[in-house]
Design a binder for this molecule. Sequence first.
Ligand code: CTP
Length: 406
Amino acid sequence: MSTLAGKHIVLGLSGGIAAFKSAELCRALVKEGVTVQVVMTEAAEHFMTAVTMQALSGRQVYTSQWDSREANNMAHINLSREADAILVAPASADFMAKLLHGGADELLSLMCLARPIDKVPLIVAPAMNREMWNNPATQRNVAQLKGDGIHVLDVGQGDQACGETGDGRMLEAEEILEDLEAFFAPKTLLGKAVLVTAGPTYEAIDPVRGITNLSSGKMGFAIARAARMAGAKVMLVAGPVHLPTPRGVHRIDVRSALHMLDAVQQQVHGADVFISTAAVADWRPARSAEKKIKKDDSGQTPQLSFVENPDILAHVAQSPRAVSGQLFCVGFAAESHDLLAHATAKRLRKGVPLMVGNIGPATFGKDDNALLLVDEFGARELPHASKWSLAAQLIQDISKRMRVQG
Ligand code: CTP
């Protein structure tokens, strides 16, 4: 389940063309089980109607500090006391400047100023033209807002409504949602660096053919996302898969097992945790033809011979940092049968503290799975669930082990 379910968020709109994205954001938040209370500035109403936001949030919208619907006529107090967080999206350059100076001449800024600062976090999603964003005044304001404990989201980059191209676009609704979810997630891996491998590898036979496997990479990508939500700095080394990079995760794309080994060796130095979910091809063709292998008239099939690929996990697990406990290694055992026996044997063979068993053919390409966590003390099952839920549970488990280790 999303960390947002059951939360009460005040969604503030200041004036900006990005307000259309706030309608989508509002809908997405409601879908996640969030109660959304919309507050709009007068400028915001030039870009989006209160009627639209009321329909999407299912609640009356507040636009004025003189709103007599409130019995005590103190909308700014009442609204901010109910909230788990205030999210201002779009936050215009002017609105951020106003926040910085404690301006309070309309409901939204007044409510932000009046919020209990230790209880109700304020998150802003800036939205403006690239020159406005890069202007030293805005950058100074952003730094000062952060210094005041306000959570300033990144801006997007690309084509702008004014026809210019650059930084300053408001993030897309799903990006804001992801950042909001990360904001509320328990930071059990804060300050840790996590390296994850995911997906299959592809071993070329010639320029147009190769051998690979059915791994989709979904489990590894979900783990990378869960680790980022837990506050870790995450590096994802991905084999050839068509999956979007989880937000806030650094990604290196590789093709073959040798490429993957190379990338892992370069990235593993700073890591505290290595999670090897990749379905690395065990063998590669002894030689990959430079040109496409053609049929001839002889009816003979090409004779392929294979060499074994390096075992990336075993290699890392034998490194001095892993052996001394500075690097915690986690393997994934993809089996077709006798999961416990195979995962137990594989854990010992690879020399890792934790081996996560799963039935490969039952899960490859699917959105759900079931896991068996095998360590030196025995096995624990994480029953059938979505890959996302299992990834979050696994990251919690690893976080606990890291805490015990110190
Ligand atoms: N692994 C690896 N490099 C390899 C093979 C596997 O890093 N060349 C890692 C996988 O990422 C996984 C673990 O080792 O974390 C187990 O992978 P799996 O394919 O289940 O096992 P294999 O070692 O290939 O053994 P077998 O094929 O005999 O089951």
